[in-house]
Design a protein around this ligand. Structure first.
Ligand code: NAD
Length: 263
């Protein structure tokens, strides 16, 4: 598995935290050069960048591109190709959430979630695909969500965006099916990350419940195994999708959600 990843270059959007960071770390550990991206404190991000580079002996760069800005996404991909020689593996992971009834949903939040959670995937794929085609190999992994397959109330923008990611994944997969480029989506259930911790707080307000009850009765209510998904498991699946064993896997939306969508 590691052999195909060694020496490749991976760009992971939203990798300063949570799932993206776990994925970036595992790709670096497997020998890929990595471009980190995401928001956060500049000094902390620089420490993270330097520590990954030192620990795994691979080039690690950081792009502060805002995933709601198409021109910054294109520039991020171009810079990665110029400085590291390629973007062989693209993991579209950056995402945000906002929870509110649809008739009270702030319009600006709708636009922002669609831009960051869905359109950024399109812009990054659009920018990275020509290089993958010219080198004859590529892996695109879009981190969608169980909410790319089923809905929950109060998450109209997120559910719409993640369903869109699944549709985009299938379309790209079909367009490049005859090449050695695959495009897949991973659909995690609840992973304990800062994004979910924020949702616990928001849902507690929306339902008028304590945060403990929200975790037990609201969040993990939909997840039959009653356990959070480990961020590292998502990294392991990305590595698998980059391996030769996954050469014929393309256009899938892989549920990783403890049985949520089996209901
Ligand atoms: P997180 O909040 O821990 O990390 C999100 C990352 O995206 C951070 O690095 C953040 O800086 C970055 N980001 C946010 N807005 C950005 C912007 N405008 N430009 C650039 N980067 C930006 O969240 P997470 O839980 O790790 O989520 C990662 C992805 O996984 C998201 O797409 C999310 O929808 C998806 N997901 C998460 C869960 C879960 O339970 N945590 C479940 C299913 C899917």
């Amino acid at each position: 598995m590691i052999q195909t990843i060694q020496g490749k270059v991976a760009l992971v959007t939203g990798s300063t935290s949570g799932i993206g960071l776990a994925v970036a770390r595992q790709l670096a550990q497997a020998g890929a050069g990595v471009v980190l991206n995401g928001l956060g404190d500049a000094a902390q991000i620089e420490r993270l960048r330097a520590s990954l580079a030192e620990e795994y002996g691979v080039p690690v760069r950081y792009s502060g591109a805002d995933m709601s800005r198409p021109e910054q996404i294109a520039e991020m991909v171009a810079t990665a190709e110029r400085e590291l020689g390629a973007v062989d593996i693209l993991v579209n992971n950056a995402g945000i959430q906002h929870v509110a009834p649809v008739d009270e949903f702030p319009q600006a939040k709708w636009e922002q979630i669609l831009a960051i959670n869905l359109s950024s995937n399109f812009h990054a794929i659009r920018a990275a695909l020509p290089g993958m085609k010219s080198r004859g190999w590529g892996r695109i992994v879009n981190i969608a969500s169980a909410h790319g397959l089923v809905a929950s109330p109060f998450k109209s923008a997120y559910v719409a965006a993640k369903h869109g990611v699944v549709g985009l994944t299938k379309t790209v997969a079909l367009e490049v099916a005859e090449s050695a480029i695959t495009c897949n989506a991973i659909c995690p259930g609840y992973v304990k990350t800062p994004l979910v911790e924020g949702q616990v707080r928001d849902q507690a307000k929306a339902h008028g419940l304590s945060e403990e009850r929200v975790v037990r009765e609201v969040i993990l209510a939909s997840q039959p195994n009653k356990r959070f998904v480990e961020a590292q498991a998502i990294g392991d699946i990305v590595l698998f999708l980059c391996s030769p064993a996954a050469d014929a896997i393309t256009g899938i939306a892989l549920p990783v959600e403890g049985g949520w969508t089996a209901r």
